[in-house]
Design a protein around this ligand. Structure first.
Ligand code: XIL
Length: 397
């Protein structure tokens, strides 16, 4: 009887809504999917569409469109900078969690998941740490303790609020580095040896049993020769495989997805094959920092459409390749762009010789580009049998 009353009450609510609101969607008059947000369209596949968030832009009262777009279009957010070590612990022993906590609160208000970025990386480290090591005042043994403390403190602080953590970022060299044979690179490998990677995952797991723990890197969108001496994707695959074999609690591999139209890049089948290979290890996958930059030639800067159009089209195509590949892998849980407007993109400040830009899905005035519409179309015009809902990932003990 109780059940019956519940149904009756529900029916009244539905009838009232039909009278008061706009006409509900029906099979013959569906909602126009092109009018829906990226986040709404992504959730048709249980896929989270995310963006990196610049906290200064988010707080800028003169730029309300930034904040409005983050909440309207995205179901996941990543701190572009404020969870990096130099921001969290600028002075030894003194943590500044304020800006990162603001992002978490924003995400909660807007019903968004949070990707934690980043626990262990060789860039954006505080000066006290790097100079301490170089002048010998911090020993190797102490450095390992410092790293364990940092991971433990940060992961505990955000415990229960982070969906995916980038535990280790960019640990592997590139073919243009010296020596060219791929190797573990950077501050942590140099000072602690590559064993820090497994340690970092174990320490992160001990501090938060529920967050998904990711290894994150760039230029791993597709496999190349298959030789780990020169194929970075293969090198990272071998790393992930050995971590799994050793029982290290790694749950996923994040492919950053920083592409450039001048490189040609990959087709969807290559990228989908790579994701499937990683998920074949029992790992989740994600695109974590997608942007597709272009060279800003004199013609582009002068507004020459002959030069601008092919760049915008190639950028849109590359965004789409990564999204379709992600859709094709049921273990690809999220697709995050590294900023969504050219007004706030790291590209023009980082890639200056030659100058690069046009990397995001909206222009400097928040007008959607082709790339934005292609992403929507990919989410709309996909489904069974080849695109199926995501398979939730269980954190590995
Ligand atoms: C970049 C930020 O976008 C810039 O604002 C900052 O000055 C440098 O770092 N790979 C990563 C990101 O994992 O953390 C980087 O973010 C871009 C490359």
């Amino acid at each position: 009887m109780k059940l019956h009353r519940w149904f009756a009450a529900g029916a009244v609510v539905i009838a009232a809504a039909a009278v008061a609101g706009a006409a509900p969607a029906t099979a013959s008059h569906p909602v126009d999917p092109a009018q829906q947000s990226l986040r709404a369209l992504g959730l048709r596949h249980d896929l989270y569409i995310g963006t990196a968030v610049d906290m200064a832009a988010l707080a800028d009262t003169a730029d309300p469109q930034y904040r409005a777009t983050v909440s309207k279009e995205f179901s996941s957010v990543t701190a572009e900078n404020v969870m990096k070590w130099e921001s969290l612990e600028p002075t030894r022993g003194t943590y500044n969690f304020g800006p990162a906590d603001e992002l978490i609160a924003f995400a909660k208000r807007n019903n968004q998941k949070v990707r934690g970025h980043v626990l262990v990386w060789h860039n954006q480290l505080p000066a006290w740490l790097t100079t301490g090591v170089s002048d010998g005042s911090i020993s190797k043994a102490e450095l390992r303790d410092i790293l364990r403390n940092h991971i433990t403190t940060v992961v505990k602080h955000f415990k229960g609020k982070i969906w995916q953590w980038d535990v280790v970022n960019e640990a592997v060299s590139d073919p243009w580095d010296s020596p060219p044979t791929l190797h573990y690179k950077g501050f942590w490998a140099q000072n602690l040896g590559p064993g820090y990677i497994a340690d970092a995952f174990r320490w992160a797991r001990a501090a938060d049993p529920k967050a998904l723990l990711f290894y994150n890197d760039y230029n791993i969108e597709a496999f190349g020769s298959g030789d780990p001496a020169n194929d970075k994707t293969q090198f990272v695959y071998d790393l992930a495989k050995s971590l799994r074999r050793d029982g290290v609690p790694i749950d996923g591999v994040g492919s950053q997805g920083h592409l450039g139209t001048q490189y040609g890049n990959y087709d969807t089948l290559q990228v989908a094959a790579a994701l499937k290979k990683f998920s074949g290890l029992g790992l989740a996958t994600a695109f974590t920092e997608v942007d597709v930059r272009s060279q800003m030639t004199a013609g582009v800067q002068a507004g020459d459409s002959n030069e601008i159009n092919p760049r915008l089209q190639a950028s849109a195509a590359n965004y789409s390749v990564l999204l379709q590949a992600c859709l094709a892998d049921r273990h690809c849980l999220s697709y995050t762009v590294w900023g969504f407007t050219d007004k706030h993109s790291w590209v023009p400040t980082w890639f200056t010789n030659p100058p690069e830009g046009l990397a995001t899905i909206m222009d400097e005035n928040y007008q959607p580009k082709r790339a934005y519409n292609e992403l929507k179309a990919d989410l709309i015009y996909s489904g069974p049998p080849y695109v199926l809902p995501r398979v939730p990932q269980k954190p590995r003990r």
